[in-house]
Ligand binder design. Structure first.
Ligand code: ARG
Length: 617
């Protein structure tokens, strides 16, 4: 045991794990003696249907598997449920009152209650466990998480928040579960945006401005040249300097592409400029990452893979996968009459696809991962579909064992239901987005007189940025969501501010009572759960490991936010109804322990989402 009063204990697995194991045993036995003739291969899919009960009135866990199974074995769902419930009646830790025998509910649910003594023992163990009762995965994997990956040299904007925040949360959660996680920021540091700023540098740079603030000057050049090169009348009308430049350089679009091509071909001047610009581009995004508390193990951007691209194409050709098509080279994934997945353009340039193929090969050789997750906007769905299909045919050693997953997410929308833009129609810069969140948080917490100015600023930073992250993470990631500062900073409802406030409130009780939390843990009390509200809270706290397993299964952090919100609600219900500091023993100690554990669980849950907490707000 450590000074904190916690120890690394081997967790026996979550209740759901134990229950699923028992169901697997019952199914195997019922299959062996012919009562339910099922194939062994069906068992995992069936026991997956053992889940938290939708309505606590029917029990703590519930299995819906009898319905589907009944069809397969030609019996009534109810009879199948009875068959299983009877076999499960003596499962240690679970109540003998497995329904349905004699129950009034449902056509074929098997409903289960956790025994009170088993629940009290498990919560007492979680209380002194540094992992808060969360088991490690049985089979740890090596998982690459490719996330954030912005195109540098353009300002990061609101579109980058989702990949950054979701990817970071997934990386934290997978690591906490016991996987070996490798995070990689696959920067877009080689694209046409460099042609734009190189062209801009050559024709209209402001040396003084670059010396004073390189990033700002590069950003200005990027925006200016983009309008010049695109030469859309409406953009030029709104941007007089660009219009002026476009009039003087009618060929700007082509020249910009030439600058990019020269960079890629190794032109000394353009290479030198690229090398000069990169540090400024990186400093800019690193400042944002540090504010967001996001870090990466690797920053292997597109430029890193350039030396390998020619060989990748040659290898694909050698294997007869890629072939020529009107001067370009591609892989015909859907037959000869459908457009191929291009890996080399007619002018010899390589593409995004080529880099991604080289990246897969490099990752396989150097990291031997079991899984590679790409946390990228859903609009790149077709790219990843073609990339993965090409990879599957490529036949590289190890490719058959690796799961390639596009963890896609929807678009951030404004109030008007269109992609989130500033009033003037520009995409919203990430920096100003964070600033505004923090300013607004300041207004929300301003009411608290007790905080000194400096502390208020720090609290506002944690609350404002936490709000932005949480608002994103609590969405179903595949759908679009509407960005609203007002909603995300509400102190009620499923928001970061509410959760952070809940932590402060839980810990406030312990502070107020002058409780030595470490000493309380060292005393390893046997927690009693006499009141239904204590029981409900304990049961929810013990689901932490189950929830993280579900997050991993679908890469859905919103399952974690929903559960944290539920835990906070159950604690509130207890706090509002029952005395804690003024309770008699043994309830007092039990409730203090529950409060302590709730605080640690909420804090850890938020930490896994990359969200900080504060002592007071
Ligand atoms: N740079 C790309 C973009 O901003 C995202 C890269 C995602 N990762 C990858 N391996 N393709 O759209």
């Amino acid at each position: 045991m450590t000074a904190d009063g916690v120890a690394a204990g081997a967790s026996p697995g979550t209740f759901r794990d134990r229950l699923r194991g028992a169901f697997a045993g019952a199914l195997a036995a019922a299959s062996a003696d012919g009562a339910l003739p099922i194939a062994a291969g069906d068992v995992p899919g069936l026991v997956d249907q053992v889940r938290e009960a939708a309505d606590p009135k029917f029990g703590d866990y519930s299995a819906t598997l009898a319905m589907g199974l009944a069809k397969k074995v030609g019996k009534k769902p109810r009879d199948v449920a009875v068959e299983l419930a009877t076999r499960l009646a003596d499962t240690p830790g679970f109540s003998a009152a497995f329904t349905p025998p004699g129950d009034p509910v449902g056509p074929g649910f098997v409903n289960v209650r956790v025994r009170d003594d088993a629940l009290a023992a498990a919560i007492s163990a979680a209380f002194v466990d540094e992992r808060l009762g969360v088991p490690l995965v049985a089979r740890p994997e090596s998982i690459v998480v490719d996330f954030s990956s912005p195109n540098v040299a353009k300002p990061m904007h609101v579109g980058h928040i989702r990949s950054t925040v979701i990817g970071d949360a997934l990386a934290r959660i997978l690591a906490f579960r016991g996987h070996r996680v490798i995070t990689d920021n696959h920067l877009g540091d080689w694209g046409t945006q460099f042609g734009m700023i190189i062209w801009g540098w050559k024709h209209c740079r402001d040396d003084g401005a670059f010396a004073a603030d390189p990033t700002a000057e590069l950003g200005r050049l990027y925006r200016l040249v983009r309008n010049v090169a695109d030469a859309k009348p409406e953009d030029l009308a709104a941007d007089p300097p660009a219009a002026d430049l476009a009039a003087r350089h009618p060929d700007a679009g082509r020249e910009v592409l030439e600058e990019t091509a020269k960079l890629h071909a190794g032109d000394a001047e353009n290479r030198a400029l690229w090398q000069r610009f990169m540090p400024a581009c990186l400093a800019d995004i690193e400042r944002l990452y540090s504010r967001l508390d996001v870090s990466f193990d690797h920053w292997l951007g597109e430029s890193f893979f350039q030396p390998f691209l020619a060989d990748v194409v040659a290898d694909l050709e050698r294997r007869g996968l890629a072939r020529e098509s009107r001067g370009a080279t591609g892989i015909f994934l859907d037959g000869d009459d459908k457009p191929p997945f291009l890996v080399r353009k007619a002018d010899g340039a390589f593409l995004y696809a080529t880099t991604d193929l080289a990246t897969i090969r490099w990752r396989l050789e150097h990291w031997r991962p079991d899984r590679i997750l790409y946390v990228v906007d859903h609009r790149q769905g077709q790219h990843f579909d073609q990339l993965f299909r090409t990879a599957a045919r490529w036949g590289l050693p190890g490719l058959d064992r690796v799961a390639l997953v596009h963890v896609a997410f929807g678009t951030v929308l404004g109030d008007d239901g269109k992609p989130f833009k500033t009033r003037s129609g520009d995409t919203v810069g990430l920096e100003s987005l964070l600033d505004e969140g923090v300013e607004r948080a300041l207004a929300v917490i301003a009411a608290d007189e007790g905080l000194a100015e400096e502390e208020r600023r720090n609290v506002a930073e944690t609350v404002g940025i936490g709000a932005i992250k949480y608002a994103d993470l609590c969405q179903n990631r595949t759908t679009d969501y509407v960005f609203s500062y007002d909603k995300m900073l509400e102190l009620k409802g499923n928001t970061a501010a509410y959760m952070q406030y809940a932590v402060a409130r839980v810990e406030g009780v312990l502070d107020k009572g002058g409780v030595d939390r470490a000493a309380l843990r060292r005393s390893a009390p046997a927690i009693t759960l006499a009141d239904p509200k204590e029981r409900a809270l304990a049961l929810a706290l013990l689901r932490f490991g189950e929830v993280l397993e579900d997050v991993e299964a679908d890469y859905r952090p919103n399952l974690l936010t929903a559960w944290l919100y539920d835990v906070a609600g159950r604690y509130s219900a207890l706090y509002d109804a029952l005395p804690i500091l003024k309770a008699d023993e043994p309830s007092r100690t039990s409730r203090l322990a529950l409060a302590d554990l709730t605080g640690r669980v909420l804090r850890k849950g938020l930490d896994l989402l990359g969200i900080g907490t504060v002592r007071r707000m």
